[in-house]
Design a binder for this molecule. Structure first.
Ligand code: ADP
Ligand code: MG
Length: 481
């Protein structure tokens, strides 16, 4: 960052969609991608007299998200109405949490790239709220259409302290946050579905001073790269204003990804504009001890702890352990392979051919045909010397395409390594006979031709011969005759 004269402070407000079956306050499906207005009812359309009922699955997931962020979950929280007018908000208010949020405090650790101490980004709080509907500007010529399928879908809002110092760090935070929510089973945070949306607050202050500068807020960023680019742009703009002796005005900005610039949406509104009211149709949310105990038990081993254990128990490199714990599914897969066979070999296969093929097939490991036992089976064939390494990779490709076990593929294709002396000897005879001139030169001492014959023999064996044994078989033949 060019800002050596200024120190940057960034605080994020992240809205993450919870992976519930139904919406926060009614029984409509919270599914993404359905035809417009097919998952709607009087509650989420805001019809007069309709009464909300709280989705307990959403509460559980929000609590899990908070626990994953080491946030303090409040035994008692409450819902509130935040009023504003917008065409995709038919009720005229959003049900959210305000004075008494679900959880307060917490932090997320950002690993240090050079292996140093991680940086803690403090979390201010975590609360539950409902999403708004969606305005569609490209469906009807000259008009805006409203899709209310998203209205009432449960979100957690996670607010950080202004602890982030660079746009790249903000991006790293978001990817860690996504991983955390994914691990606890709260959400997939798929940016394409817009299931993670970010408002980014940023300010500059003279380096070495402690009072934060005036901030601006960039609204509704929906990709990690968008957050990073928008922050870069805005930091540069604020720098320009300050360097010219001006003052940064508090403002809400909207990022235009197409043009790569932000424009003012409004001067920062006063808090009172929302006319906050306690939600009269929902009782306070009280979490029993028993429920909290159950949810705490449901928090899995988190990525850092799991990566450290992989290093300890399976002897994998720390950098590799980080890749292997990238998602909970990958970590689970790796671990079930590692338990069955050589863990380091398993790590190489999972990070290499396995993830490449699984990602190419869409990335859903549950649907990928190679199961842990199949991969460990292949590794065992390799370890036993039944297939060579290049052939093992060929076998893997076939496994990924067909779902057949390694041993079956090797058997059907006749890909067992040829290493009995007779078979190799016969192949050596063949290649020497087929290339009499080269054979004569090799016999006369032109030893660099040995590689040529090894190559010929390997090809004839379909790659199943061991190169060293092939070389031995050829030289043995030459000495005999
Ligand atoms: P509001 O209540 O107006 O939304 P908050 O004080 O709750 O404002 O902060 C909202 C977000 O803005 C938080 O993520 C916080 O860390 C961040 N933030 C607050 N002040 C600053 C600042 N001066 N510079 C950068 N970020 C800030
Ligand atoms: Mg907010």
């Amino acid at each position: 960052m060019a800002a050596s004269r200024y120190e940057v402070a960034i605080g994020l407000e992240v809205h993450a969609r919870l992976r519930t079956t139904t919406k926060l306050l009614c029984g409509d499906l919270a599914e993404f991608g359905a035809p417009p207005n097919t998952h709607v009812c009087p509650v989420c359309m805001g019809l007069p007299g309709a009464l909300p009922a709280l989705n307990e699955q959403a509460v559980d997931m929000a609590v899990l998200a908070a626990l994953g962020l080491s946030s303090t979950v409040q035994e008692r929280s409450a819902f509130a109405r935040k009023h504003y007018f917008y065409p995709d908000l038919p009720k005229g208010y959003q049900v959210t949490q305000h004075g008494q949020p679900l959880a307060t405090g917490g932090y997320l650790l950002l690993p240090d790239a050079d292996g140093g101490k991680p940086t803690a980004i403090r979390i201010r709080g975590v609360h539950l709220e409902e999403d708004s509907g969606k305005s569609l500007h490209d469906r009807v010529a000259g008009a805006t259409a409203i899709d209310l399928n998203r209205a009432g879908v449960p979100l957690v809002e996670i607010v950080t302290e202004p602890d982030l110092r660079t746009p790249a760090q903000a991006r790293a935070f978001l990817s860690r946050l996504r991983q955390t929510l994914q691990y606890v089973g709260a959400g997939e945070c798929d940016m394409e579905e817009g299931s993670l949306r970010v408002d980014a607050n940023v300010s500059l202050r003279p380096a070495g001073t402690s009072t934060l500068g005036t901030r601006t807020e960039i609204k509704n960023l929906s990709s990690f790269s968008g957050v990073e680019r928008a922050l870069r742009w805005e930091i540069e703009r604020q720098e320009g204003v300050l360097a010219a002796g001006g003052r940064v005005e508090a403002a809400t900005l909207l990022w235009d990804a197409q043009r790569g610039e932000a424009r003012p949406l409004r001067a920062k509104e006063a808090g009172a504009d929302y006319r906050w009211l306690p939600e009269p149709d929902l009782p306070p949310l009280v979490l029993s001890e028993e429920r909290m105990r159950r949810l705490k038990q449901a928090v899995p081993e988190m990525p850092d702890a799991r990566a450290a254990r992989f290093v300890r128990d399976y002897g994998v490199d720390p950098g590799h352990a980080e890749v292997l714990t990238g998602t909970r599914e990958v970590a689970d897969f790796y671990e079930s392979v590692a338990r069955r066979t050589d863990p380091r070999e398993a790590a190489a296969w999972v990070m290499g051919d396995f993830l490449a093929a699984a990602n190419a097939a869409g990335g859903d490991l549950d649907r990928f045909p190679v199961r842990p036992a199949d991969l460990s089976g292949l590794i065992e064939l390799l370890a036993a010397g039944i297939v060579s390494r290049p052939v093992a990779r060929q076998v893997f490709a076939r496994m990924a395409a067909t779902g057949k076990p390694a041993a079956q593929i090797v058997g059907e294709e006749g890909w067992q390594r040829v290493d009995d002396a007779d078979a190799l000897g016969a192949l050596a005879d063949e290649v020497l006979r087929d290339h009499p001139d080269e054979a004569a030169r090799l016999r006369a001492g032109e030893t660099r031709l040995l590689d040529f014959f090894v190559g010929q023999l390997m090809r004839r064996s379909g790659g199943t011969a061991d190169p060293q044994q092939a070389a031995a078989a050829i030289t043995a033949r030459l000495e005999i005759r």
